[in-house]
Design a protein around this ligand. Structure first.
Ligand code: IPM
Ligand code: MN
Length: 372
């Protein structure tokens, strides 16, 4: 029987609670679909940092590398403890470090409205809101290039450089074009395409999100590279939107999106907006992918310290992240079954908000298992 070794980083706050439900569902799916999952726990997080000063080092990464994937809860401290740690320490030395060191160059964030989930957008349905954001995940302004000069003087100079190589842009675009191509068939093309586009043989739409009117250097590169690559994907309609317009359209007309591809910083921002439109952080899942290596899956939400230990946090995002993980590991049937089970449970929930779901965290996990 095939076994998958999963490095589990429950993290801080409610991370362990939601990851517990994700693992519960994963184990049930494994049993049903004939494979096994071996979780290997890693204690990384803010709590361990405060206690021991340890973040993530090379030896930790060597242990992580023995696994097929990484399953992450959330990392961060409650407001009181956070006073002792300057912002950026945990982010840069745990989450971003893993993204960079494992070269997880894609951040895949589906914006999918599950049945029964209330969106702040009126009249939106699961059929209309079902797109994916492909966020470049290791470049751009996240690389840390730049610095400060004459710090803490009135003349202080600071810079933070927005850097992309052609290589980084191309591999991200490649992933996005391939994904767009795979999401639809000629028989069932993306419903947002015009009749003319369909007649011309298009089946999918890829929207490049940039800022070519201001950040002309970087997004000029993205646009040129995308146009060039589009020639290899005759079934994918490539279009372009500025990031500010994307924010407007994600609210006013989410049905026009199929796959959005964008840079690291813009991707960070628009996926929080996407999460809000799909019902909040309780349901939004994502994957930091190295398509050739070890990927890391996580609920997009944070540690929700106020809810820690109350059995009231929403585990749906963590369960959806587990579904994405197992699908990408090759168990696509199991992944699809978990997604279907989630879609049967969300209509039973009162809301997707912590403490107002009509069920406890563990009950939601049990319900998803019962629908598998
Ligand atoms: C995210 C988060 C991270 C990011 C932070 C915690 C460094 O906001 O995963 O979207 O900016 O990428
Ligand atoms: Mn973010």
């Amino acid at each position: 029987m095939k076994n998958y070794n999963i490095a589990v980083i429950p993290g801080d706050g409610t991370g362990p609670e939601v990851i517990g439900e994700g693992l519960k569902v994963l184990q049930a799916a494994a049993k049903k679909f004939g494979f096994t999952v071996t979780p290997n726990h890693f204690p990384f997080g803010g709590k361990r940092y405060l206690e021991t000063g340890k973040l993530v080092d090379e030896a930790d990464e060597a242990e992580l590398r023995k696994n097929d994937a990484i399953y992450l809860g959330a990392i961060g401290l409650n407001a009181n403890d956070a006073k002792q740690v300057p912002p950026g320490i945990l982010e840069k030395n745990i989450l971003l470090k893993l993204r960079f060191d494992f070269d997880q160059y894609i951040n895949l964030r589906p914006v999918k409205l599950f049945p029964g989930v209330e969106s702040p957008i009126k009249n939106v349905t699961p059929e209309i809101m079902d797109y994916v954001v492909v966020r470049e995940n290791t470049g751009g302004v996240y690389t840390g290039m730049g610095g400060n000069m004459m710090k803490d003087t009135p003349q202080e100079v600071s810079s933070q450089e927005w850097i992309y190589t052609r290589f980084q842009v191309d591999r991200c675009l490649r992933y996005a074009f391939e994904l767009a191509k795979k999401r639809h068939t000629a028989e069932a093309p993306f419903r947002g395409l015009s009749a003319e586009a369909k007649a011309a043989g298009k089946t999918a739409r890829l929207t490049l999100c940039g800022k070519t009117n201001v950040l002309t250097n970087v997004f000029g590169l993205w646009e040129r590279a995308a146009k060039e690559m589009a020639k290899q994907y005759p079934t994918v309609e490539l279009n372009y939107r500025h990031v500010d317009a994307i924010c407007l359209l994600m609210v006013q007309d989410p049905g026009q999106f199929d796959v959005i591809v964008t840079d690291n910083m813009f991707g960070d921002i628009i996926t929080d907006l996407g999460a809000a439109t799909q019902g909040g952080l309780g349901v939004a899942a994502g994957g930091n992918l190295n398509p050739e290596g070890i990927s890391m899956y996580e609920p997009i939400g944070g540690t929700a310290p106020d809810w820690t230990g109350k059995n009231g946090i929403n585990p749906i995002a963590a369960i959806a992240a587990a579904a994405l993980m197992i699908s990408n590991l090759g168990e696509t049937e199991a992944g699809a079954a978990i997604e279907k089970a989630i879609a049967q449970v969300t209509p039973m929930m009162k809301t997707q908000l912590a403490g107002q779901m009509g069920y406890t965290t563990t009950e939601i996990g049990d319900l998803v298992v019962s629908k598998l």
